[in-house]
Design a protein around this ligand. Structure first.
Ligand SMILES: Nc1ncnc2c1ncn2[C@@H]1O[C@H](COP(=O)(O)OP(=O)(O)OP(=O)(O)O)[C@@H](O)[C@H]1O
Ligand SMILES: [Mg+2]
Length: 233
């Protein structure tokens, strides 16, 4: 899997939210960090075809994706776990998973229930009856059922209680361990450093720096300088 993004621009009306973002992503997990409003979600939406790309290129294994509609981009093997999870309030867990299931692939509903026992217990509960953490599990499961080659997650731990954050970290680590390509957007640097090998720092619609996670983990001063935050650990 090789995703190459060059000079990506996205506008909302006359406002430019991405200013020529460049990013190369292979099979090793990468986290995108950055403060509020820096363009992280816009990047995810630009890749998925949910926001109109006004300049630049996006290729997956050399195949150009920019300008394609979201369902075609999904068919090329990219799945998005959207910020805010976006479940249906009046569909059950099982109905969400049935809707997401696509053809034959390694991920089936049965495997999801094996991997996320909590979802098996809650399979008949509606979206609005689930905790934030359970909703996030459903959102991740829905993306996995598309059997993607690359899974993009937009702030999967946002708004979750610390115990649930730990559980989501474990899920992400096991996905990485199983060889899934992951692009993780996170404001929680501790989560980003627990999951990704490399960290790309987004500032005002461009990538300002890309660092090895080990280097950033050992250097609270650098964390503070780059992000104005330090990991709690
Ligand atoms: N639909 C929209 N219409 C107009 N402007 C938008 C829209 N969505 C985002 N923006 C603007 O684009 C910029 C980037 O927003 P984006 O949502 O990508 O940031 P983000 O890094 O994901 O922030 P957060 O961490 O809060 O999720 C912000 O200035 C935001 O106000
Ligand atoms: Mg966002």
């Amino acid at each position: 899997m090789l995703l190459e993004i060059q000079g990506l621009e996205v506008h909302y009306g006359s406002v430019r939210a991405l200013h020529g973002a460049d990013l190369v992503l292979g099979d090793r997990p990468l986290a995108v960090v950055g403060r509020n409003g820096m363009g992280k979600t816009t990047l995810c939406h630009g890749i998925m075809g949910l926001a109109k790309v006004t300049a630049g290129t996006i290729t997956l294994d050399g195949i150009p994706l920019q300008g394609l509609p979201p369902h075609r981009i999904a068919a090329h093997g990219i799945a998005l776990v959207p910020q805010g999870r976006r479940l249906f309030q009046s569909l059950s867990v099982d109905e969400h998973l049935k809707l997401a299931q696509r053809g034959q692939g390694a991920w089936t509903r049965e495997r999801i229930y094996d991997t996320f026992p909590r979802l098996a217990e809650r399979r008949r509960n509606m979206g609005n009856e689930l905790s934030g953490g359970e909703q996030q599990m459903v959102a991740i499961a829905r993306a996995l059922l598309a059997n993607p080659r690359l899974i993009i997650m937009d702030e999967p731990t946002e708004g979750l209680a610390p115990l649930m954050v730990e559980q989501v970290i474990k899920v992400l680590q096991s996905l990485v361990h199983e060889g899934n390509a992951v692009l993780l957007v996170e404001q929680n640097l501790g989560v980003a450093l627990s999951v990704a090998d490399e960290i790309a720092v987004m500032v005002n619609g461009v990538f300002e720096r890309r660092l090895n996670a080990n280097i950033l983990r050992e250097d609270p001063d650098l964390q503070q300088r780059l992000l104005g935050v330090a990991t709690q650990a």
